[in-house]
Design a protein around this ligand. Structure first.
Ligand SMILES: *Cc1c(COP(=O)(O)O)cnc(C)c1O
Length: 446
C-alpha cells in the first residue's frame, strides 16, 4: 500500500506529464507558435525542406525518445528492447522493400553522419575520393576542404561540362582512370538534373572504385518512381530522411551485403560490406540510436509507399519544371537551363546584387529560399551569385503549376525592385493570401 504522499507525488507527476507545452514553458511555446505562423504564411522554397505529416511528427514526439537501444535488433546492450527491436526491424524492412536494397541501416543521426559511416566502412584515411565540388552542386561531405572528408581523405574533384553545366562523364572517366580514386560519390545538394547511375557504375568498375550514391535530396523522388533508383548500380547509397521523402530529421544507409572489392581492399576484414556499414555507425561513430526518429521514419516510409506519394513525387517535378519555365520566360538564367527534379538554381551572376542579398529581399516578401554557389561563381561563397529554389514543401501543401506561375511573378517583382519596402510588403501580403488557400501538413491539418 502506498501512503498518501507517494500517491500525491505520482498524481502530481502524471499531471506534469500531461500538461501542455504552453503551461510548462511559455517561452518555447511562444517560439513554436511564431514558427508555425511563419510557415503558414510564407512560401517555403528551400529545396531541402518539407512538411512532415502529423503522423510523422507524432511519432517523433513520442516516448520512444526515452529508450536507450545501443546495438542492433536482437543484439542490444540494454534490457527492455523487445518492442523497439520490432520497431527498428519494421523500419529496416520497409526501407529495403521501398528501394529494393539487400541491407539497410536506419540509425544515422542525419545525412552527414551517414556519410561519415560510409567513409569509415569503405576507406582508410588518405584514400582518394572523387566528388562534385560544392560550387558545382556537391555536398560538404563529398571531399570539400573545410569538412573532415577533405582533410582526412584526398579529394579529386570532377567537373561539369562547360557548356551544359552537367556532369562531364568523359572527363570523369579520364580522371578516374588516371587518379584511381577508391570511392566515387554520385549525388549532390544543388544539381537540378537526373544522375546517370549506369554510366557512373561503368566508370567506377573501370577504376576499381566503390560507387556511392548520396540521394539525400532525391530519395522521395526515387521512392515515388520519378527519378532512377541507384541501388542496383551502387555499392552503397546514403540519404537523409527529412528532405523530399518527408520523414523526420535523420539519415539512412542502403548497401549490398557483400563487398565486391573485399579481396582487393579489405582482405583482412572478417566482416562483409553490410556488417562494416553497421559497425561504422555503431559503435565506431554513434552511441544509442534515436528510436523516436526511427519510429517516425517507419511511418514516413509507409506513407512513401502509397499511390498518393507517387502522385506527390510526380507533381513535385511538374511544379519545379513549371516554376523554371515561368522564370525563364521572365528572362532569368537557370543553371543547366532548367530542371529534371525538384530544384532549380537561379544564376544571378550578371545581376547587381549577390545571391545572399536577393535571398534576404525575398525573405522580407515572405519567400524563403537560400543563396547558393553557381558553376564559375565569381562571388565569395559567403554571398554567392545564385538562389536555389525547390518545390517539395509547396507541393506538400497541394500547390500545382498555376501557383508556380504566380510564385515566379512574386520572385520577379522582388528581384526587379529589391530595395523597395512597399514591394516587399505587397508581395508578402499576396504570398500570405496564396498560402491561406492551402493546408500545411503538420500545422493546419491537426
Ligand atoms: C543535405 C545533404 C546531406 C547532409 O544532411 P544533413 O542531415 O544536413 O547532415 C548530405 N548529402 C547531401 C547530398 C545533402 O543534400
Amino acid at each position: 500500500m502506498m501512503d498518501n504522499s507517494a500517491e500525491r507525488a505520482i498524481a502530481q507527476s502524471n499531471s506534469y506529464v500531461r500538461s501542455s507545452l504552453a503551461s510548462v514553458d511559455s517561452c518555447v511555446h511562444e517560439l513554436l507558435l511564431r514558427q508555425e505562423r511563419q510557415e503558414r504564411t510564407t512560401l517555403k522554397l528551400i529545396a531541402s525542406e518539407n512538411f512532415a505529416s502529423s503522423a510523422v511528427l507524432e511519432a517523433t514526439g513520442s516516448i520512444f525518445t526515452n529508450k536507450y537501444a545501443e546495438g542492433y535488433p536482437g543484439a542490444r546492450y540494454y534490457a527492455g528492447n523487445e518492442i523497439v527491436d520490432e520497431l527498428e526491424n519494421l523500419a529496416i524492412e520497409r526501407l529495403k522493400r521501398l528501394f529494393g536494397s539487400e541491407h539497410a541501416n536506419v540509425q544515422p543521426y542525419s545525412g552527414s553522419p551517414a556519410n561519415q559511416a560510409v567513409y569509415r566502412a569503405l576507406l582508410k584515411p588518405r584514400d582518394k575520393v572523387m566528388g562534385l565540388p560544392i560550387p558545382e552542386g556537391g555536398h560538404l561531405t563529398h571531399g570539400w576542404d573545410i569538412n573532415f572528408s577533405g582533410t582526412d581523405y584526398r579529394r579529386v574533384p570532377y567537373g561539369l561540362h562547360e557548356k551544359t553545366q552537367q556532369i562531364d562523364h568523359d572527363l570523369l572517366r579520364d580522371t578516374a582512370k588516371r587518379e584511381r580514386p577508391r570511392l566515387i560519390w554520385i549525388g549532390g545538394t544543388a544539381y537540378p538534373r537526373v544522375f546517370d547511375y549506369e554510366v557512373m557504375a561503368e566508370i567506377a568498375l573501370e577504376a576499381n572504385a566503390y560507387l556511392v550514391a548520396d540521394i539525400a535530396h532525391i530519395s522521395g523522388l526515387i521512392a515515388a518512381g520519378v527519378h532512377p533508383n541507384p541501388v542496383r548500380h551502387c555499392d552503397v547509397v546514403s540519404s537523409t530522411s527529412h528532405k523530399s521523402i518527408r520523414g523526420p530529421r535523420g539519415g539512412f544507409i542502403l548497401s549490398r551485403n557483400e563487398d565486391r572489392y573485399q579481396a582487393l581492399y579489405h582482405p583482412k576484414s572478417k566482416y562483409n560490406l553490410a556488417r562494416r556499414i553497421d559497425r561504422a555507425v555503431f559503435p565506431h561513430l554513434q552511441g544509442g540510436p534515436h528510436m523516436n526518429v526511427i519510429a517516425a521514419l517507419a511511418v514516413a516510409l509507409q506513407e512513401a509507399a502509397t499511390p498518393a506519394f507517387r502522385v506527390y513525387g510526380q507533381q513535385t517535378v511538374k511544379n519545379a519544371k513549371a516554376l523554371a519555365q515561368a522564370l525563364l520566360e521572365r528572362g532569368y538564367d537557370l543553371v543547366t537551363g532548367g530542371t529534371d527534379n525538384h530544384m532549380l538554381i537561379l544564376d544571378m551572376r550578371d545581376r547587381p546584387l549577390s545571391g545572399k542579398a536577393y535571398a534576404e529581399r525575398l525573405s522580407k516578401a515572405g519567400i524563403i529560399t537560400n543563396f547558393n554557389m553557381v558553376p564559375g561563381d565569381p562571388r565569395d561563397p559567403a554571398v554567392t551569385s545564385g538562389i536555389r529554389l525547390g518545390s517539395p514543401a509547396v507541393t506538400s501543401m497541394g500547390m500545382r503549376e498555376g501557383e508556380m506561375v504566380q510564385i515566379a511573378a512574386f520572385i520577379d517583382l522582388v528581384c526587379r525592385q529589391p530595395n523597395d519596402p512597399d514591394v516587399h510588403a505587397s508581395v508578402r501580403k499576396d504570398v500570405a493570401n496564396l498560402c491561406a488557400a492551402f493546408e500545411v501538413p503538420g500545422i493546419t491539418d491537426r
